[in-house]
Design a protein. Structure first.
Lengths: 382, 382
């Protein structure tokens, strides 16, 4: 049905009416008291969301731009960095690090499996010469629905002394990312995920230790030079023209998040994740990631001999106006992904599970008992 | 009056209701037929606006990000580049080029004066060894209201063989920038100016010659690697999540521009510029740029012994709810700037001139004859 599409992809995620309306207001000048008041408010909200007293800076870019800012500000060409890759985004950070001439020590794990913190511990402990300058980890690997054990890995990185650089694009606002408590140095994210906003803004949290590394980092930078952002942020300004309307949206979204509260947000995402997984299992569809490493952003589901995942996606899209995500690269045609982050409610998951169940049956899949998927999801939702 | 501010700064510029409403629609997935249809439409519109059959690529960034993309894709560290500086933005490109390790040959001219094409000709003709790889020119210098003679400079650059890299941030959509006809190789702009959109998108037109330079350019890049954008644009996709809602806005804005027509758009901007200048002169306020080098984006006006420009700006803002821009850096307190680009009409200029005249009188300035400013502007507007 025209104009009726419901987003259940891991980003962009649905945007609340309040946020859309805020975004649709007339643009204002960015060197005004009115804009600075928004910038100030937004900075406080971002620190709250990141659970940090350190800096959280905003760039006009996608999440990949935020990750680039997270690398080029703190490293020099030739620096040895451990970059982990257990999905499409990990792979992207490997490519990015190589593009900037870093000496990449890749930790590669099969897609769908979580990173093993022990691999990091061993590499870091073996590095008695302290040649490793940074460790790059994708917290929630959106391509596979795997949540990596960032806290444990970060502990090992902290003991070693390297910088902990994190892609938290689909974990921030969906799972706890307590930047200060976990000792994360650089945490990058984007607006179109847990933030409940359209894409276009990137965020980078920066620790004191990272700012020290900045002083000796030699990679060239200008647009993403975070020192200019920090200097301006101290005056509630930005070095370059900010996407003013996206700031309106960000302010409205952070207000909604603060009204809900961090604990409630995380509990909701965890509940939606468990309900989605219970639903899929009751329908008889295999889950790609284990319970222990399940991302709260998206659930990846495998097809079966009978059920073609791309046919299922198309059926759900055309019959029920729900957008699901497919698999990427080597996972194309093997999995589909259900997004349940950001502005996602119990109703959304119930709806999504019901539609997937109906579509699976229509396409010849025999669930153990029709309606079992919705029943199982509903039981988790409570 | 609350919520009543009218933007007469050189960016962000006023956004039409149609564009705001398009932007406020629900976000859609960026890997869908619906988004690709928009991307396709937008690409065609951008080529029309740039008067080119070559590529025009879109990045999620401000105009400065677009300029960075325009440099890092086509040059290598140590490359000799001529960078012109007759205002704050020229100065920024000098800083940017140095940040990327380019060998900067600066052509510096007093702020408020236009670049002299002969200086370029001499430098380029003297370079028989062809060590100059690129020439960087700010077409419309927003900080001073000066339009540089890009066409003549580009002719000299073309004869030499270097790349012509242009900041057209406040000229595109306000003055003719016929990319193919003038032989411009890289043309960068941002959405919050002539495009009548909020900030957040950057645009880069790339010639065949520039793509050849890309093949040997060694500056590191990833987020701004334009080859990835070109490859995806060929399939109406983007390499990274695009700011979907800003694409909605861009589509609506380009549609409005195409309905108006390029000739009408340029004639309107030229008329508004002349009317603004006639109004200021009739009030007895000195213009900063000459008639020959007047930018169609903004008019810079000097204060007098009696009239403090910052007092004038504040008066106009508080009494008449019109935002004017001040001077930047060394021009702070010396000039104020009236923006008349993008979604600016005859009424806007009439209103702006009337408000400035009233404010000037209230602050003790004696115009030759009260009301003369509005009368002079109206006469030009016809």
């Amino acid at each position: 049905m025209d104009n009726k599409m419901m987003l259940m992809i891991p980003g962009p995620t649905p945007v609340p009416e309040k946020v859309l309306q805020a975004m649709g207001k007339h643009t204002i000048g960015h060197r005004t008291a009115a804009f600075s008041a928004i910038a100030k408010d937004v900075t406080a909200g971002l620190k709250w969301l990141h659970q940090t007293t350190g800096d959280v800076l905003v760039v006009a870019a996608s999440g990949t731009g935020a990750m680039e800012a997270g690398m080029v500000n703190f490293l020099s060409a030739g620096d040895r960095v451990i970059v982990s890759d257990n999905g499409k985004f990990g792979e992207r950070w490997v490519d990015m690090a190589r593009a900037f001439g870093l000496d990449v020590d890749e930790i590669k794990v099969d897609w769908g499996k979580p990173l093993n913190p022990e691999t990091f511990r061993e590499k870091l402990e073996a590095d008695t010469e302290k040649t490793i300058k940074a460790v790059v980890v994708t917290h929630s690997e959106t391509s596979t629905g795997v949540l990596n054990d960032l806290q444990t890995i970060s502990g090992y990185v902290k003991s070693h002394g390297a910088l902990m650089i994190v892609d938290a694009v689909t974990s921030l606002g969906a799972s706890p990312v307590p930047v200060d408590e976990w000792g994360l140095d650089v945490v990058c994210s984007g607006s179109q995920k847990g933030y409940m906003m359209p894409p276009g803004l990137g965020f980078i949290a920066v620790s004191q230790k990272a700012w020290q590394a900045y002083e000796t980092a030699k990679l060239p930078k200008f647009y993403f030079d975070l020192k200019a952002y920090r200097k301006n942020a101290a005056k509630d300004l930005t070095p370059f023209t900010p996407p003013v309307n996206l700031y309106f949206a960000l302010q409205a979204a952070l207000e909604m998040m603060q009204a809900e509260g961090l604990e409630s947000i995380f509990a909701r995402h965890e509940r939606l994740t468990r309900a989605t997984r219970a639903g899929m299992q009751a329908i008889g569809l295999p889950l790609f990631a284990s319970d222990e490493s399940a991302s709260t952003a998206a659930t990846a589901v495998l097809g079966t001999d009978v059920l073609d995942v791309e046919k299922l996606r198309k059926f759900v899209e055309h019959k029920f106006d729900i957008a699901l995500a497919g698999g990427q690269d080597s996972l194309k045609g093997k999995i589909f992904r259900i997004g349940h982050l950001g502005f996602a409610s119990d109703r959304d998951v119930l709806t999504g599970v019901a539609a997937i169940e109906a579509a699976a049956i229509a396409l010849g899949h025999q669930p153990p008992s029709p309606g079992a998927g919705v029943a199982a999801a509903a039981q988790v939702l409570g």
